[in-house]
Design a protein around this ligand. Structure first.
Ligand code: SF4
Ligand code: SF4
Length: 168
């Protein structure tokens, strides 16, 4: 299992083409999503996200109305103030948490999420492998990107390839 984040970035980038090939392979070979989700769950269980937090540094987090209400209540401020101070509107993704290119999410402190109990649904479900909607094959285009920064995704894809007999 690879968990070093520098290695994950190097290997994830190096295997980009291979992973896109695997995406096509999955679409043309019968496989069980249930088994793949179980594999991903086993990998997720072995990785401590509270020590990693790389997605909070690298990825955006979308905010739904329900998330905004929950976070505003948690921070004891009005929803309008929460939206103005802690979120921005992104042209492609809609409302997302404010972030800086250097330190990531506005709520990240070191490797700790300061609003963990009230964090957005998108954060709770990340990396959307075990808890993603639709089949894993249908989400592979996102997973190929995430394999460059998320140890759960990188190691899951490597194990999926082994299980499905994929050779590059
Ligand atoms: S809200 Fe918390 S879990 Fe979500 S991106 Fe920010 S720091 Fe990470
Ligand atoms: S979901 Fe992936 S990138 Fe995010 S903290 Fe967990 S292992 Fe790290």
């Amino acid at each position: 299992m690879v968990t070093d984040l520098i290695q994950i970035r190097l290997l994830g980038d190096k295997k980009r083409d291979e992973n896109f090939r695997f995406r096509r392979y999955m679409k043309s070979h019968d496989h069980s999503d249930r088994i793949l989700r179980r594999v991903a769950q086993q990998i997720e269980d072995q990785i401590d996200c509270t020590e990693c937090a790389n997605c909070c540094r690298v990825a955006t987090a979308t905010v739904t109305t329900r998330d905004a209400e929950r976070l505003a209540r948690y921070l004891r401020i009005p929803v309008a103030r929460f939206l103005a101070e802690y979120t921005v509107e992104d042209a492609e993704e809609g409302r997302i948490l404010r972030r800086s290119p250097e330190t990531g999410c506005v709520f990240l402190d070191g490797a700790a999420c300061t609003v963990y109990d009230a964090r957005p649904d998108a954060c709770q479900r990340f990396p959307h492998l075990v808890r993603g909607s639709g089949s894993i094959a249908s989400r592979m285009w996102q997973l190929v990107d995430r394999a460059s920064y998320c140890p759960i995704v990188y190691n899951s894809l490597e194990t999926f390839k082994e299980k499905l007999g994929f050779r590059y």
